[in-house]
Design a protein around this ligand. Structure first.
Ligand code: FCB
Length: 454
């Protein structure tokens, strides 16, 4: 087991989680339900009927979890704030107990020499705001701005790194067009509208954070994916790649970094909308300059053109004649293709599109982990994935991408959204019956790599 690449001085080694996936305590100290509480209680939406009610019980075990991070030697911890914990009505009334939890978390991290990276929105919209239209209404941009001001005002004296949104692709297309995530709608146009309102909320949120927390480094985390067509593809396949790339990547890259929607995008989606949901001046707000870009990437995407009469992917705007191609082996427990080269390609692309320093805010893999008779969790596949992807990161840095840090997803096994607790991404194993944490072999290997880089 060797890994001998070296990373630039000051490279940040971190680990990441998200509020609904680990906190539990969903009805404590004034928190109200989010769309994920509702969705996970809706029969058939989450594997096994799992919910985040208890999750990793992190809300009660926070000091222990920070101690665990310290034992691994990480430099930084990326976590998200539960909107409905701090603003139980979505807007207006502030829940100080909720804010205090995050304030204690930040202090505990700093006491342990761990730098906090705060994400404001990792998919858990207050249910009361979904009842008022959620991401389909323009007003959500103002609700988010109020929330961003509140949290950055409360923690900005100690937190430098701020991320507005985690993976807006998932909170728009996966949630409003494909129906796999809360609120579970299945309308190709709604995905477009939600994506635009997420972007608008982001742009206004950036300004709000800078106003309340001078000196903040502000970012957004996208989940771009390298799109590959068939090696021997024809013109129709090339067009399929272009369309898929627009809806997976361009729909966020172009508005954020070029102040416009990608070429062809409006024509490709004209049958769904006249795009009047895009207001005058929106793209100026959306393209407010950022300090860095967060990239979450796990796997590449393969597509080809639909052939006569074949069904494409009408659920995603502009993909009516695009067919998803089976991922190639090897696969993780999610069925996701393991391709470090795809990670390299998307890092180079993200650096070029944004012109910004990049943090890999998530990368990792799920495997069917078990506790061995020796009491340990042996996860060679996760170690191989980690080595392969860190190799790709080192290559991308050598080839000019300004990559400043890597956050392993995830610190803990946790509530993996629609898959419930059936998929384990942690570098630390969680026994959900006892809440015991066991550092996996990959966790110790990550700790070793971090030590060697110092
Ligand atoms: C990302 C999410 C994260 C986790 C990983 C596996 O899309 O941001 O919460 O579920 O995938």
């Amino acid at each position: 087991m060797t890994f001998d690449r070296s990373f630039p001085d000051g490279f940040i080694w971190g680990t990441a989680t998200a509020s609904y996936q680990i906190e539990g305590a969903v009805a404590e100290d004034g928190r109200t339900p989010s769309i994920w509480d509702t969705f996970s209680r809706t029969p058939g939406k989450v594997f096994g009927g799992d919910t985040g009610d208890i999750a990793c019980d992190h809300y009660h075990r926070m000091p222990e979890d920070v101690a665990l991070m310290r034992s691994l030697g990480v430099d930084a911890y990326r976590f998200s704030v539960s909107w409905s914990r701090v603003l139980p009505d979505g807007t207006g009334r502030v829940n100080q107990q909720g804010l205090d939890f995050y304030s204690r978390l930040v202090d505990t991290l700093l006491d342990n020499g761990i730098r906090p990276f705060v994400t404001l929105y990792h998919w858990d919209l207050p249910q009361v705001l979904d009842d008022r239209g959620g991401w389909l209404t323009r007003e959500v941009a103002d609700w988010f701005t109020e929330y961003a001001s509140l949290v950055s005002g409360a923690l900005g004296d100690r937190v430098r790194n701020w991320t507005t949104l985690n993976e807006p692709w998932c909170s728009s297309f996966l949630s409003y067009s494909l129906g796999h995530h809360a609120p579970g709608h299945t309308d190709p146009l709604e995905g477009l509208v939600a994506a635009h309102h997420l972007l608008l909320a982001h742009g206004r949120g950036v300004r709000a954070i800078r106003d309340s927390a001078p000196g903040a480094e502000v970012s957004i985390t996208l989940n771009p994916t390298q799109v590959y067509g068939p090696e021997d593809g024809d013109e129709a396949d090339a067009d399929a790649v272009r369309r898929a790339d627009n809806i997976y990547n361009g729909v966020f890259f172009s508005p954020l970094f070029a102040g416009r929607y990608p070429d062809g995008f409006h024509d490709d989606t004209a049958h769904l909308s006249d795009h009047s949901y895009i207001g005058d001046g929106d793209l100026v707000e959306i393209s407010t300059p950022l300090d860095n870009l967060g990239v979450n990437n796990y796997f590449p995407t393969r597509v080809r053109a639909a052939r006569d009469g074949e069904r494409g992917t009408p659920e995603l705007a502009g993909m009516e004649r695009v067919v998803g191609v089976e991922p190639r082996p090897p696969h993780t427990d999610m069925g996701w293709e393991v391709l470090p080269r795809g990670h390299y390609d998307i890092l180079i692309r993200s650096a070029k599109e944004s012109g910004l320093p990049i943090y890999i805010t998530e990368n990792g893999s799920a495997w069917p982990d078990v506790v061995s008779p020796d009491g340990r969790v042996h996860d060679p596949d996760r170690i191989a994935y980690l080595h392969g992807h860190l190799d790709a990161v080192a290559d991308a840095i050598e080839d000019g991408a300004d990559i400043r840090g890597y956050f392993a997803w995830s610190l803990l096994d946790n509530f993996e959204w629609a898959y419930g607790y059936s998929k384990r991404f942690g570098i630390v194993y969680v026994d959900y019956a006892t809440q015991e944490r066991i550092v996996k072999d990959s966790g110790w290997e990550y700790a070793r790599i971090i030590r060697e880089q110092r």
